[in-house]
Design a binder for this molecule. Structure first.
Ligand SMILES: NC(=O)c1ccc[n+]([C@@H]2O[C@H](COP(=O)([O-])OP(=O)(O)OC[C@H]3O[C@@H](n4cnc5c(N)ncnc54)[C@H](OP(=O)(O)O)[C@@H]3O)[C@@H](O)[C@H]2O)c1
Length: 256
């Protein structure tokens, strides 16, 4: 929220209708809360939302790894909000394996479905409406770990790398229609999913693994650190930004 010249409160997303995937916890829940505070109407989705979805958001349960799941969410958004002006593709995550060659075929497919194709499918269902209105903003949540491609997560970082490449191309395609498409790449962020994955990884590690020292800024990321970047990218303050990938990592991945 900002303050106008006459001291009145300006809610940055007033009148906007937003769909945020994976809003039952972690980064997605922080994005939902910030969007609601900024005045947006918000629908969010996860496979289960037992009491953890921020109050004020509409919730629909769906598994986004299938086309049918994406379709159900798009229809629910149309019904509850009447359309979507802002789409944040955040749902994602990974299960580590001892090494890249131990990752089974079905896990590769699962990662492509969740961390890449879920976004492609939702974008294809919801950006035509933005294009017709000549206005809209899409954010894809990737990972700063794309730059290091850690073998126990290669299925995950490869799927997110595809997402980043696709995000840049979609931005070019939709720019003439006033629709902006950007990505946000978090570093290590303290969320239920992130913590669980890092614990699994630590228990598997054979040889060189993840460095557990804090990022240069001295702590792990907080969900709100990432949500701040997402809110910026969908707001009018970022009206001249499209096709970009904002790394938010406290300096963890200096080349990103
Ligand atoms: N935390 C980190 O350190 C970190 C770092 C880099 C990138 N990221 C990225 O940031 C995003 C959010 O991560 P997070 O750490 O906040 O994860 P999280 O705490 O595990 O939350 C993930 C959210 O996505 C939902 N979700 C998972 N699988 C789903 C499915 N198949 N269908 C629909 N919804 C599903 C979860 O709900 P259900 O389980 O009930 O479905 C939950 O709401 C992800 O894309 C992740 O890759 C996180």
């Amino acid at each position: 929220m900002t303050t106008g010249d006459n001291g009145s409160e300006i809610r940055e997303l007033a009148g906007k209708r937003a769909l945020v995937t994976g809003g039952s916890r972690g980064i997605g829940a922080a994005v939902v809360r910030q969007f609601l505070d900024a005045g947006a109407e918000v629908l969010t989705t996860a496979r289960s939302g037992t009491g953890t979805v921020p109050e004020g958001a509409v919730f629909v349960a769906a598994d986004l790894r299938t086309r049918a799941g994406a379709q159900a969410v798009a229809e629910a958004a149309q019904e509850a909000l009447g359309g979507v002006d802002i789409l944040v593709n955040n749902a994602g995550g990974a299960r580590p394996f001892p090494n890249a060659l131990a990752i089974p075929d079905e896990e590769w497919q699962d990662q492509l479905d969740l961390n890449y194709l879920a976004s492609v499918r939702l974008d294809s269902l919801l950006t035509p409406g933005m294009r017709a209105r000549r206005s809209g903003a899409v954010v894809h949540v990737s990972t700063a770990a794309v730059t290091t491609s850690a073998p126990p997560f290669l299925h995950y970082t490869a799927a997110k790398a595809a997402l980043e490449n696709y995000s840049r191309g979609l931005a070019l395609e939709l720019a003439p229609f006033g629709v902006r498409v950007n990505a946000v790449s978090p570093g290590r962020t303290a969320t239920p999913g992130g913590e669980a994955t890092r614990k699994q990884w630590a228990s598997l590690r054979e040889g060189p693994g993840q460095d557990n020292t804090a990022p240069p800024l001295g702590r792990d990321g907080r969900p709100d650190d990432i949500a701040n970047a997402v809110l910026f990218l969908v707001s009018d303050r970022a009206s001249w930004l499209t096709g970009r990938n904002l790394t938010v990592d406290g300096g963890e991945f200096p080349a990103g």
